[in-house]
Every structure is written in structure tokens, then in C-alpha cells.
Design a protein around this ligand. Structure first.
Ligand SMILES: Cc1cc2nc3c(=O)[nH]c(=O)nc-3n(C[C@H](O)[C@H](O)[C@H](O)COP(=O)(O)O)c2cc1C
Length: 402
């Protein structure tokens, strides 16, 4: 069993989570939709670009500070909203939020969280975002936004890429139910993870306190509740209504096209989160990293770009920044750490990612992450100059061009 001190990077935490969680829950975190092409490429696409460092710049100190959605961050990461954290460890959302606050970054609380808006506000004074899933009933949407205002949340993000549930075959194969129910099929999976079972029982009754209990009724029929109550016909005018009612920093999460980014701006968003939901919704879309440059070039400084998905190393954050993102978001890495070691694990993985980010910025010859730009990146498949169309081969070379 891996100890916390032996976990140095995201991959170490992923392996530790795999050992500690019952397999249906591990696969729930890890899985993507269909063939999981996008979920893998969200990370592998970063290797399509290589760094070109600059030397002898006399770097003395390194600043990673960033400001996004009106929030001052010590380094440019926001923890992505993820539902039901107490399923993975009793420290749940509060353990994660405290770790984010200690690291000087922002936490996003999901509509589907197992901790209330008010409990998060009581636990941390640091930057916090509420993630809203749109309900058909505007009264319910506005009630949630009122609670966020009263609790002092800094910003709201509206997720728009889940009107239809992605096809996640791992969950079908493992027979996952939420909350977990013991069937003959899942019994052994849970029986081999007694520590998780004890923790789960310690965690108390499973609930989703950001959705009024009287409206959810019996949570064991959650799927039916969502089919009946979530808005499946999201339109820009509905987005506009939410942005206007909230009236503060507002982001739309789950965008990939330049047109949608422009529509978000017109609907009142101050930021967009370029995201494919970690490859859990529509498969075979480009990695979110690869979309940053075109969107940044098309929108200039008119809207803040936040990139979400695939980040496993500090170098990934720096590459997204170089392309034009103002901040990044990450989901699975902190869930691995939470599942394996609770809030202490989240603190540890955040420190690894922060340290890696700082080292990369310094090694690129920059003293501020804002100095990193596309000149520090080279497309990995770029032909060397002597093979490119533009270059006449020098007469004294023996290179044959085909
Ligand atoms: C277990 C799990 C639960 C999630 N729940 C939510 C959610 O409630 N709301 C939401 O907007 N996104 C949700 N997401 C998507 C994340 O916010 C984020 O887009 C994704 O995890 C980013 O990819 P990454 O895991 O590679 O960082 C969830 C992702 C995972 C893995």
C-alpha cells in the first residue's frame, strides 16, 4: 500500500486511489465516455508541444500569481467541481476546500456536492466558485444563487455540456449505483476494501444538501429525479437569465467552439471554461488544451479563458498559460488524492503541482508566469527548417528531400 510520503506526482496518487477505493468508485472517477479517446487525449495532447527554454535571464524569484473571475490566486489553478466527494473519503468537499485555501487557489463546489454551500463558506474564507446545473424550475435556480450570495461565494459557473448524459460504459459494467448499494455483484468489491466501508459508514447519511431535500425526496431514485428536474433544453437566453440574476463574476463551463464563447460573452459571462467534462460527455472531441489558441486569438482580451481537463503535471498548466489561458482547472488528480489519503492527500498533490509549475516557469527563463508565451513552445511535429518548403537546401548539404 503506497504511503502519502511516497506519492510524488499525480500518477502515484492515481495508483494509490485504485488500491483504496472499491472498483466501481475508482472506475466512476477514472472513466470517460464511449472509447475514452478524448479523456486520454486531454493529457497526451500536451506532448504535441515541446518547451523551448530561454537561458541567462537572471531569474531571481518566480511569481505564479494570477487573477481570474475577480479572485486573486497564488498560482493559476481552480479545483474543478466534482459531485459526491464524500463517497470517496469522509473528509469530502470540506477537506478539499481547506487544502485549496492553504495552497492559495480556488475551490469549486458542485450542485451535486455532499456538502452544503453554507458549510463550505463556514470552512474557508478563500476564493470559491459555485457550479450550477440548470434546473427546469427557475425558482430552484434562483434559490441556490441566493444561498451562494448569502454565503459569500466569489463566482458562479454554469455547466452546459450535460443536457444528455454521456455514455459511460465503465459504470454499466461495474454496476455502479449512487448511493452505493450492495448487490451480489458488488459485494466482493466492497468486502475487499474494509477501510473504505468503515469510512463510508462514518460519513453518515448520503445527501445532496444543495438541492432542497423536499424537492429531491428519496435520493435512491436520483437518476429519475434528474431526468425529471434538470433542464435539458439549455438556451443562451436561459444562460443570460442566470448571469443577470447572479450579477457577479460568471463563467460558462463546457465550451469548445469560438461561436459559443462569443455567445457566452453576449449572455453576460466574464469567463469561459474550455472543457469537455474530462472526456465524460461527447467523445472524439479535441483536447481542451488544443482549443485554447484559436479561442484566445478570436476573442482577445474580451473574455477570460480558463482551461479544464487533462492536467496531471505543472508543465501542463504552463503550456495552457502559454497558449492564452488565464487559469486552469483540474478534477481527477485531487479526487485520487482525496480517495487515497483524505484532505492531507489533496494538500500534498497541490503542493506537488505548484512546485512543478514554479520549476517549469523558472526553467523556461521567466520570473513571472505571465511572461510565458507561445515562443516558449514548439509544435513537436514541426519540420526542421532545412526540410521545410521555405528553405532552399544549402548547396553543400547532402540531404535528399522527398
Ligand atoms: C467524478 C467526477 C465528477 C464530476 N462532477 C462534476 C460536476 O458535478 N459538475 C461539473 O460541472 N463537472 C463535473 N465533473 C467534471 C469536472 O468538473 C472537470 O470538467 C473534469 O474532471 C476535468 O478533467 P480532469 O479530471 O482530467 O481534470 C466531474 C468529473 C469527475 C471525474
Amino acid at each position: 500500500m503506497k504511503r502519502l510520503r511516497n506519492c510524488l506526482n499525480t500518477e502515484d496518487f492515481r495508483l494509490a486511489a485504485g488500491r483504496r477505493l472499491p472498483s466501481p468508485l475508482y472506475h466512476y472517477i477514472e472513466g470517460g465516455s464511449d472509447d475514452e479517446v478524448t479523456s486520454g487525449q486531454n493529457t497526451s495532447a500536451y506532448e504535441k508541444y515541446k518547451f523551448i527554454p530561454r537561458q541567462a535571464n537572471g531569474v531571481e524569484s518566480i511569481s505564479l500569481k494570477s487573477k481570474v473571475l475577480g479572485m486573486d490566486l497564488d498560482w493559476p489553478l481552480i479545483l474543478s467541481p466534482t459531485g459526491m466527494s464524500k463517497l470517496f473519503h469522509p473528509d469530502g468537499e470540506i477537506g478539499v476546500a481547506i487544502a485549496a485555501k492553504k495552497s492559495g487557489i480556488a475551490y469549486s463546489l458542485s450542485t451535486m456536492a455532499t456538502t452544503s454551500i453554507e458549510s463550505i463558506a463556514a470552512a474557508i474564507s478563500g476564493p470559491k466558485v459555485f457550479q450550477l446545473y440548470l434546473f427546469k424550475d427557475d425558482e430552484l435556480n434562483f434559490e441556490i444563487l441566493d444561498r451562494c450570495k448569502a454565503a459569500g461565494f466569489d463566482a458562479v459557473c454554469l455547466t452546459v455540456d450535460t443536457a444528455i448524459a454521456g455514455n459511460r460504459e465503465r459504470d454499466v459494467r461495474t454496476g455502479l449505483t449512487i448511493p452505493p448499494k450492495l448487490s451480489l455483484r458488488s459485494f466482493l468489491e466492497f468486502a475487499f476494501k474494509p477501510q473504505w466501508c468503515l469510512n463510508y459508514l462514518r460519513g453518515g447519511k448520503f445527501s445532496l444538501p444543495n438541492i432542497s431535500q423536499d424537492k429531491t425526496g428519496d435520493l435512491s431514485v436520483l437518476a429519475n429525479y434528474f431526468a425529471e428536474n434538470m433542464e435539458s433544453q439549455i438556451t443562451w437566453s436561459k444562460v443570460d437569465r442566470i448571469a443577470t440574476y447572479w450579477g457577479g463574476p460568471f463563467a460558462v463551463k463546457g465550451l469548445q467552439s469560438i461561436e459559443d464563447v462569443k455567445a457566452s460573452k453576449a449572455s453576460g459571462a466574464s469567463a469561459v471554461i474550455i472543457s469537455n467534462h474530462g472526456g465524460r460527455q461527447l467523445d472524439s472531441v479535441p483536447s481542451s488544451f488544443e482549443l485554447i489558441a484559436d479561442i484566445a486569438d478570436a476573442t482577445g482580451d474580451t473574455i477570460e479563458i480558463i482551461q479544464d481537463g487533462g492536467i496531471r503535471r505543472g508543465s501542463h498548466i504552463v503550456k495552457s498559460f502559454a497558449m492564452g489561458a488565464k487559469a486552469c482547472m483540474t478534477g481527477r488528480p485531487y479526487l485520487y488524492a482525496l480517495s487515497a489519503f483524505g484532505g492531507d492527500g489533496v494538500e500534498s498533490i497541490l503542493e506537488s503541482l505548484r512546485m512543478e509549475t514554479e520549476k517549469v516557469v523558472g526553467l523556461l527563463g521567466c520570473s513571472n508566469i505571465n511572461e510565458v508565451n507561445r515562443e516558449h513552445l514548439r509544435y513537436a511535429n514541426k519540420l526542421p527548417y532545412y526540410l521545410s518548403e521555405a528553405s532552399p537546401a544549402p548547396l553543400n548539404t547532402k540531404i535528399r528531400r522527398t
